[in-house]
Design a protein around this ligand. Structure first.
Ligand code: KG4
Ligand code: ZN
Length: 355
């Protein structure tokens, strides 16, 4: 089966062609980062307009780079949530149009399942069946979650952030320090020159009480970054020179990044109790300090660590087509396909995979 995937959930317009079970024939990503940079974050109106403008070319380029004709595409996969409603709608409308025109099925895919399985997308990786059961860490600009993938169809949520995602903590922290957007890659680079013990930033540990409104979440496996961000805000107010002096700024960035990474690594270690395999995906999984810390833990504890290949970490359509090509999402046809709606608040455990 050959699947053409479409991804427009946030600020990347992407299309990819994947041959089942997981050969990526093309993966075209157009990122809008430069457009949102001046605003310090994604502006939904700008994002959806840009998707509308770019999607036809991106899809055509993905088809062309795959070396296949339209007649050889067997199904269209599309992200239906979670994400920005107006952005999701552009991808969904395009996908419906293509499926209808070509008379082929439409496969709606949960964006987060793309990130969960993205570490298994590269040549030489274990198959999803071989990797199961495993713990998946999805860490991006919109999500910070830990799930247990018991088998390819059963995803159980263990913990997630109750406020900001790790990527937001990077982006908002960078903005407080007068760096650009997106903050993650900039902080990653600056932190390499800084002293991570220079500033003592808090490590929030959630209690059962603080999670009383989230009874399904384990406090030891959940995250909160709003306190850290506030702490940086007060630090910068008290030490305005930390925005201007290069050396001080590097130390603050390294210390702040270490606090974000500590929270991620400590939860992964707890989630891995009794488990052998950890997979990580999402834009923040590009972070060099996070990758190195998890590689250290994996070597010391004997885990199998599956790090998503950099080109599949940030949002991309290959991971969406992959979930569909693996038969992990529901297939729709004809009138039923045309009735599918986007779900901006879709949960990580909803899709074909069961809770
Ligand atoms: O997965 P993604 O492209 O979009 C979402 O689904 O949210 O992730 C984007 C996020 C941004 O917050 C960006 O700052 C962060 O990933 N990011 C990084 C790095 N590269 C991207 N964060 C830390 N270190 C990096 N090297
Ligand atoms: Zn994403």
């Amino acid at each position: 089966m050959i699947v053409l995937g479409i991804e427009t959930s946030c600020d990347e317009t992407s299309a990819a062609v994947v041959r089942a079970p997981g050969e990526v024939l093309s993966n075209v990503v157009f990122t809008q980062q430069e457009m949102h940079g001046p605003f310090g974050g994604v502006v939904p109106e700008i994002a959806s307009r840009s998707h509308l403008e770019k999607l036809p070319d991106v899809v055509e380029q993905a088809r062309e780079e795959s070396g296949l004709s339209w007649g050889e595409i067997d199904a269209i996969a599309v992200t239906y949530g979670p994400g920005l409603a107006s952005s999701l709608l552009i991808g969904m409308s395009g996908a419906k149009g293509l499926a209808m025109r070509l008379g082929i099925p439409l496969i709606p895919v949960n964006h987060l399942h793309g990130h969960i399985f993205s570490a298994l997308l590269s040549p030489g990786c274990p198959s999803i069946q071989e990797a199961c059961p495993f713990i998946a860490h999805v860490v991006s600009g919109g999500h910070t979650s830990l799930v247990e993938v018991k088998d390819p169809q059963t995803v159980r949520l263990l913990g997630q952030t109750i406020d900001d995602a790790a990527g937001e903590a990077f982006d908002k922290g960078a903005s407080l320090l007068g760096l650009g957007y997106p903050g993650g890659p900039l902080m990653d680079r600056l932190a390499k020159e800084g002293n991570a013990s220079a500033v003592k930033f808090p490590r929030t540990q959630l209690s059962a009480d603080s999670l009383k409104h989230y009874p399904h979440l384990d406090p030891e496996l959940s995250f909160s970054y709003s306190g850290l961000k506030t702490s940086l805000m007060y630090y910068v107010k008290k030490h305005p020179e930390s925005r201007d002096d290069d050396v001080q700024r590097q130390d603050v960035v390294a210390s702040y990044q270490e606090a974000i990474v500590d929270a991620l690594v400590s939860r992964c270690v707890r989630a891995m109790d009794g488990q052998t395999t950890l997979a990580m995906g999402g834009g923040v999984s590009l972070n060099s300090r996070l990758r190195a810390r998890l590689q250290g833990e994996a070597a010391a504890r004997g885990w199998q660590l599956l790090l998503t290949e950099p080109r599949f970490c940030a949002d991309n359509a290959a991971m969406i087509a992959f979930v569909a090509a693996q038969g992990l999402a529901g297939v729709t046809k004809g009138v039923d396909a045309m009735k599918i709606d986007v779900m901006p608040s879709l949960s990580i455990v909803i899709g074909s995979a069961r809770c």
